[in-house]
Design a protein around this ligand. Structure first.
Ligand SMILES: *[C@@H]1O[C@H](CO)[C@@H](O)[C@H](O)[C@H]1NC(C)=O
Ligand SMILES: *[C@@H]1O[C@H](CO)[C@@H](O)[C@H](O)[C@H]1NC(C)=O
Ligand SMILES: *[C@@H]1O[C@H](CO)[C@@H](O)[C@H](O)[C@H]1NC(C)=O
Ligand SMILES: *[C@@H]1O[C@H](CO)[C@@H](O)[C@H](O)[C@H]1NC(C)=O
Length: 362
């Protein structure tokens, strides 16, 4: 588009002042005008920016204190060592405190189920050990379950840590890493899971990240994985989330600030309650995570890893088998689904016992 005549004239005048000899009085007037306009522009810019800035500083303060990932905003591309040391989601920054399980060491399972769980949540672990954790041989395939914990974050830490160690002496199914276990650190936890699988279980076929409050129908899961057409590589499936908006409401548990994740939407991802992947993806996720700025929504972060790899999650053969919530317990429905979010560890034991009783469920 052509400049307006006014602008052309002004430009011409400025050119003249610059290119021709000027009397000193005109030169200092020009300098004064220039200075004045710079000041005016700065003031107007600042006043527009000020509200935003003070709002920004105030509102982000509490977050800075509580959200460790937020505390260190990182450049997007920075794949060198000093970057890695500061990259909070990069799992090799953490060390295992407990890791003496036999899983993947004395055997090669078909499927490994990894349950991220808080150190204090013994009840959830015990419920799983009594229910879907017992399903170790399904349709001739070996299935193993391990729990992944961070460090206790609150209360009597020493005592909790002793309990965790004793529990592991009994079951040898706890893997504990040295990051502090908190809701904000779930992305770290997921990436530690990926790293553990990549290094300890490279020969298994599939793995699943499944939350500790889940009902899991292992039989149906294995049937699905063995059904024709299920990829053996670059495969991620679960309950697919499309075009989900990023939550900008500060009071929300899922709040993510713009400077952590600027896009208004997440890429397609699988809901964190339970997603399955072929084992080749684990080392790929660890590798690609070096170049993805971390944010505290672990399932969407895995979605970002997939996107960066040029991949996307696959819809399961029967999408309605991956349920988040069902209405009431119904034995017939539970016999057909794969996942469902429960209200308590007791519910898991109750529903499981009922589902497994003799007699056709439908
Ligand atoms: C934090 O900073 C961003 C960037 O300006 C802003 O959009 C957001 O509203 C601020 N506050 C909080 C809690 O995010
Ligand atoms: C790695 O990143 C740091 C921090 O940004 C930078 O100072 C350094 O020069 C980089 N080193 C290499 C080898 O690229
Ligand atoms: C924490 O637990 C340890 C070990 O059981 C115990 O010795 C200590 O008194 C406890 N501390 C508190 C504050 O409860
Ligand atoms: C994890 O979260 C807690 C509390 O939210 C925080 O204090 C801690 O520094 C976090 N990060 C790591 C790496 O443990």
């Amino acid at each position: 588009m052509k400049d307006s005549p006014g602008a052309m004239e002004l430009a011409g005048a400025v050119m003249k002042i610059h290119t021709h000899q000027r009397p000193p009085i005109l030169r200092s007037t020009f300098k004064g005008l220039l200075l004045l306009s710079v000041i005016l522009i700065s003031i107007s810019y600042l006043s527009v920016y000020k509200d935003h800035l003070s709002d920004y500083l105030q509102s982000n303060t509490s977050l800075k204190q509580t959200n460790p990932i937020y505390r260190a905003p990182l450049p997007l591309e920075h794949p060198n060592r000093s970057f890695l040391q500061h990259h909070l989601a990069f799992p090799r920054n953490y060390h295992f405190i407990l890791d003496d399980t036999d899983v993947c060491r004395s055997n090669t399972p078909f499927l490994v189920l990894v349950v991220p769980v808080a150190p204090s949540n013994r009840k959830a672990r015990d419920a799983i050990r009594k229910t879907w954790g017992t399903e170790t041989l399904v349709q001739g395939e070996l299935i193993q379950t391990v729990f992944l914990l961070g460090l206790p974050s609150r209360g009597n830490i020493t005592e909790q840590q002793e309990h965790v160690s004793m529990e592991n002496l009994q079951y040898h199914d706890l893997i504990q890493s040295d990051f502090i276990d908190s809701y904000n650190n779930l992305t770290i936890k997921t990436m530690v899971i990926m790293d553990w699988l990549a290094t300890q279980c490279p020969k298994v076929s599939y793995a699943m990240k499944i939350d500790s409050d889940m009902f899991l129908n292992v039989e149906n899961l294995v049937s699905m994985l063995k059904s024709p057409g299920i990829p053996k590589e670059l495969y991620l499936t679960g309950m697919l989330m499309w075009n989900r908006p990023v939550i900008r409401d500060r009071s929300s548990k899922w709040y993510v600030p713009k400077e952590m994740y600027p896009d208004p939407h997440y890429p397609t991802y699988t809901l964190g309650m339970g997603y399955l992947f072929s084992i080749d993806l684990t080392s790929t996720f660890v590798e690609v995570s070096k170049s993805i700025e971390p944010f505290n929504i672990e399932d969407a972060y895995i979605g970002m890893c997939m996107k960066k790899l040029g991949l996307s999650p696959t819809q399961p053969p029967h999408p309605d088998q991956f349920r988040a919530y069902l209405g009431k317990y119904n034995r017939c429905t539970f016999s057909k689904i794969i996942t469902y979010i429960l209200g308590s560890p007791q519910q898991l034991v109750t529903f499981w016992t009922d589902l497994k009783k003799p007699g056709p469920p439908c």
